[in-house]
Design a protein around this ligand. Sequence first.
Ligand code: DGL
Length: 264
Amino acid sequence: MNRPIGVFDSGVGGLTVLQAIARRLPGESLVYFGDTAHLPYGNKSREAVTRFSLEVARFLRRRDIKLLVVACNTASALALPRLKRELGIPVIGVIEPGARAAARATRTRRVGIIATEATVSSNAYQSALRRLLPGVKAVGKACPLFVPLVEEGWWSHPVTTAVAREYLAEVSKARVDTLILGCTHYPLLKPALASVVGPGVRLIDSAEETAREVAELLERLNLRSPRRKAAHRFFASDGPKRFLSLAKRLLGVTADRVTIWRFE
Ligand code: DGL
């Protein structure tokens, strides 16, 4: 079926999820929406995040998507049940896939979660892990400075490593053997984070796991596109500069492929 898949994030970080889906499913067309006008979601209330998420999801549904991927961890943590109820098409978030991968990876049942303030305090990852792995010790730590550092392009800058050392002291002290990168931006910090936590800690990237889940769901529902190559479209709700520089660095996306769509 040739209809596109919608991928949505509060900004540009969800392109890590889009990239993982595009690699795994090269025949699927993707429509991406980065809600840059409302970024960051990570320090906002459930009500605000749900309202923004619904607006974006309805916009994407009008583009005739066959499936919605909520690439934003904060939106997945706070708004997923509402989106599932409202949309009338399958909706996949990033929390369950990430938690499942962590549950598979851990040997000691001690798992760290780093994410935005809203995601950590929602307990979404912690609850998913407890459901999957009884007796798990789940340690959450909000890392609000990581998003601006990634957007600044400081992926392996000494300042980023110093900030990571500060944030990760708590999870390291809890002797976790697995760390969930519970935010769209964090996969881009993988080398810096790995150098801080050391080789004994597995880093779980929700993007890869979500792409696997998307592939499985399309197969199961018989929704796979028969094409071999696809075209993607990009929308952002405000100021394309940051969006464009990261989209270009990650995916080679150029300005002419991004449309600015301002909500009323
Ligand atoms: N996309 C958000 C997330 O994955 C991070 C950026 C934000 O706070 O909006 O949680």
